[in-house]
Write a protein that binds this ligand. Structure first.
Ligand code: NAD
Length: 312
């Protein structure tokens, strides 16, 4: 039975990966709880070590007996990185380097899959985004994610490690929390809609995203680790859909059965206008991946936030 380490396991995506892997084998997590929450792991059979990926001792301990690593720990969010670029570099670039070095030292030749981001495409307007495109990062976060993926791929050549670097697009679903300054757009919209408050849209709302349900992302990550899928270039992890924020609001309104009020405010610095993945490489490596449709994922997200509001 193989053992998986999930860095950032108490976070949104990490908790879903832990849950999915717990059906296959042992899972241990390392998380400093900076944006994560122990509550995300309630009912999941996983051991959480509280500590930072920047701490080599904590990492060496977490890495003991591990056969595969899903590295998700990071300081997420573009605006957060604009507020404090060095902290994002430290957690995302230096942090990844430490994780790779700890994996290399564990003596079991562990497989490592990491989370990069569609934000690396940045100012390059070409659509859909394919992996051969020139990255044009527009924020410190995007630069740090470019470092995350490129370090991970370089370790294939330098040390013969089996690695994979995914570019996540806009992941959404249960356990993605609203109510903080750097929250993602879907939980913020759903939370406001359930409270019958107006939805705040930055810009005209016609900016588009390739939204990916978290359960889909977790199952692809688990499949990658089980089969040790390695690739010499980054791989988009999204399914080529393109939905505007106004369309998302329409779907949420239809599900809740309410006409939602929208307030437009100024656009955000560093925000990308359109994002949509070319998924040719993903499809070739993961031909069995079945994405959960947006409307179904939104229904789960609304249910989770509804229950969360009811208990708070
Ligand atoms: N959610 C998305 O749409 C999206 C899109 C692109 C990329 N990503 C990437 O996916 C990964 C997971 O994102 P998420 O949405 O689950 O965010 P999240 O904030 O919920 O999870 C990140 C986790 O990492 C932990 N962490 C942060 N710094 C750490 C450190 N130094 N040591 C140990 N743990 C640390 C946090 O406490 C948190 O639990 C991140 O690498 C993020 O950059 C996410």
């Amino acid at each position: 039975m193989s053992k998986l380490l999930v860095t950032g396991m108490a976070g949104f995506i990490g908790s879903h990966v832990a849950e999915a892997w717990s059906h296959h084998g042992e899972v241990v997590g390392l998380d400093d709880l900076s944006t994560g929450d122990r509550a995300n792991l309630e009912g999941i059979d996983a051991e959480l070590i509280e500590g930072s990926i920047l701490d080599p001792d904590a990492l060496a301990h977490a890495m003991e007996g591990v056969d595969a690593v899903v590295h998700l720990a990071a300081r997420p969010s573009v605006p957060r990185s604009i507020a404090d670029p060095e902290a994002s570099h430290e957690a995302n670039a230096t942090g990844t380097l430490r994780v790779l070095e700890a994996a290399r030292a564990n003596g079991r030749d562990p497989y490592v899959v990491v989370a990069s981001s569609s934000s690396v495409y940045g100012a390059n307007p070409e659509l859909p985004k394919h992996e051969q495109m020139m990255p044009m990062p527009m924020s410190p976060y995007a630069v740090s994610k470019l470092a995350t993926e490129q370090y991970t791929l370089a370790w294939q050549y330098s040390y013969g490690m089996s690695t994979l670097a995914f570019r996540f697009f806009n992941v959404f679903g249960p356990r993605q929390a609203p109510g903080h300054a750097y929250a993602a757009v879907i939980p913020v919209f759903v939370d406001a809609a359930l409270r019958h408050e107006p939805l705040t849209v930055h810009g005209d709302g016609l900016q588009s995203r390739d939204f990916t349900y978290v359960g889909t992302v977790a199952s692809v990550l688990v499949d990658a680790a089980l089969r040790r899928v390695s690739h010499p270039q980054p791989v988009n992890l999204a399914f080529g859909t393109r939905t505007t924020l106004l369309d998302v609001i329409g779907l949420i309104g239809a599900e809740i059965g309410d006409d939602l009020r929208v307030v437009h405010v100024e656009s955000r610095t560093g925000d990308v206008r359109h994002s949509q993945a070319d998924n040719t490489v993903l499809r070739s490596l993961f031909p069995d991946a079945q994405p959960v449709p947006l409307a179904d994922g939104l229904r789960d997200t609304i249910m989770w936030l509804h229950q969360r509001q009811a208990v708070s």
